[in-house]
Design a protein. Sequence first.
Length: 71
Amino acid sequence: MSNFIHDHSTRLYAIVSAALSLIAYYVDGLPTGLILALAAAILGTGEVVQRSEDRKTHRALLLEPPHSVKD
């Protein structure tokens, strides 16, 4: 499960942030403090996801490219 979360962190972040935005819009009576706390959590989570993607990109840049088969 951890590998799935790590491999698809950007997609999961997008789904969760969209769901929370819809909930905040459509559910009446939510306290403003709760909505602001969720917005702050989404921003913090976005930073973590960005750093995770940057690490994956950095690791990929350090790998040797695959050798193509010459005919």
